[in-house]
Write a protein that binds this ligand. Structure first.
Ligand code: NAD
Ligand code: GLY
Length: 361
């Protein structure tokens, strides 16, 4: 085991550590302090279980804890209430009591689904995140948002529910498809855009190494991303205001995911195109220089990410899908826009005509 970084997310009695390192999955001594009760359920999927389930099972054996596992179908289209029911069915059939621990082993889909199930089973049981994609390590496993999709809108059913710990094993990137690494880099780039211009510059300097899978650089990118996410969540756990900046590009991106059909565009790809749209609108508003767009497009392209939405989505389809966004209040769509590179804010105060220009550009 090699813990490269350990950081904390400070939420009072709901505080927890985030471990970032190599060969962490399967380390009993890391998991043991965060288990409660005498039983655990590992939730994974058909792609991740053959790769990593045995390691986690061995660790639980060493912790002397009764364990079950559930392997979900792989894909965003299985981020559904049906998957929640299958987890709860198993927990009940195997008589896991309210002191059991649910462990999410996989990417953001598994984490969101398992976390939501943990949050509602017997009104909430212990939960551990073991994220295995870059995107889930830098974003979805940290901060306690859990949930599933509805056919009419992404992430429309869910809860805020913090894990006991996050174990982010960067060794798992060895098996991650290149397209998924890129999707994770979209969220990493997001942190530079919304919060930390220096980190954006660091990414410009190191993108080639990150794309080549350099583990030191990847560990550093995960660390800085988690630090930024933790600082934002600490200030606004339940998204009363500030936390919404973490959704730069997501209102446009969720619309792309919904209209194109869940799973066709990866979440990170949709966010990448959506961030360029948010930057475009910020420029039209006169808030930022065109150089921010040029630098962002260049960086996203070096990360092999799309920088425009699919041509077949009309402005009407965008507006329709965006209206379902959780930030919409009384029918008014709020957007995360940029005040400058490294500083985002949430606003409903943008020109509708300018938004239409962005959508049709
Ligand atoms: P994902 O969970 O679908 O994983 C991507 C693919 O990689 C899947 O096919 C998965 O089986 C596979 N995989 C995972 N780890 C692997 C590994 N180590 N080796 C080989 N294959 C591996 O997608 P994701 O990008 O991790 O997460 C996207 C999801 O996260 C979306 O549903 C999104 O809405 C959600 N999300 C949630 C939050 C939050 O705060 N809760 C934040 C961002 C995104
Ligand atoms: N991914 C956005 C959030 O956690 O708030």
């Amino acid at each position: 085991m090699n813990i490269i970084h350990k950081l904390g997310l400070d939420l009072g009695e709901r505080s927890y550590p985030i471990y970032i390192g190599s060969d962490l999955l399967g380390q009993a001594e890391l998991i043991r302090p965060h288990l409660h009760g005498s039983s655990a359920l590992i939730v994974s999927n058909t792609s991740v279980a053959p790769l990593y389930l045995a390691r986690v099972q061995q660790a639980l054996e060493a912790c002397d804890i009764r364990q079950d596992h559930l392997t979900l179908e792989d894909g965003e289209q299985f981020k559904t209430m049906a998957s929640i029911e299958s987890i709860i069915d198993l927990l009940l059939r195997q008589r896991h009591d309210r002191r059991c621990t649910v462990i999410a082993l996989g990417g953001g889909v598994v984490g969101d689904v398992a976390g939501f199930a943990a949050s509602i089973y017997q009104r909430g049981v212990n939960f551990i995140q073991m994220p295995t994609t870059l995107l889930s390590q830098v974003d979805s496993s940290v901060g306690g948002k859990t949930g599933v999709n509805h056919p009419l809108g992404k992430n429309m059913i869910g809860s805020f529910y913090q894990p006991q710990c996050v174990i982010a094993d960067i060794s798992s990137f060895a098996t991650l498809p290149a397209r998924e690494l890129s999707a994770g880099l979209a969220e990493v780039i997001k942190y530079g855009l919304i919060y930390d211009a220096e980190f954006f510059t660091w990414l410009e300097q190191n993108m080639d190494g990150l794309m080549a899978g350099d583990t030191d650089l990847l560990a550093q990118a995960v660390l800085v991303s988690c630090q930024i996410k933790a600082r934002v969540v600490e200030q606004d756990e339940r998204e009363a205001g500030l936390r919404a900046i973490l959704n730069l590009g997501h209102t446009f991106g969720h619309a792309i995911e919904t209209v194109m059909g869940y799973g066709n565009w990866l979440h990170g790809e949709a966010v990448a195109a959506g961030m360029v749209m948010a930057i475009d609108l910020s420029i039209r508003q006169g808030w930022i220089e065109d150089s921010v767009r040029q630098r962002s497009i260049a960086l996203l392209q070096r990360a092999a990410l799309p920088v425009e939405p699919p041509a077949e989505i009309s402005s009407e389809q965008f507006l329709d899908a965006m209206a379902v966004d959780k930030k919409a209040v009384d029918g008014k769509i709020k957007l995360v826009l940029l005040r400058k590179l490294g500083e985002a804010f949430v606003t409903g105060d943008y020109g509708h005509e300018l938004l239409l220009q962005t959508l049709s550009a």
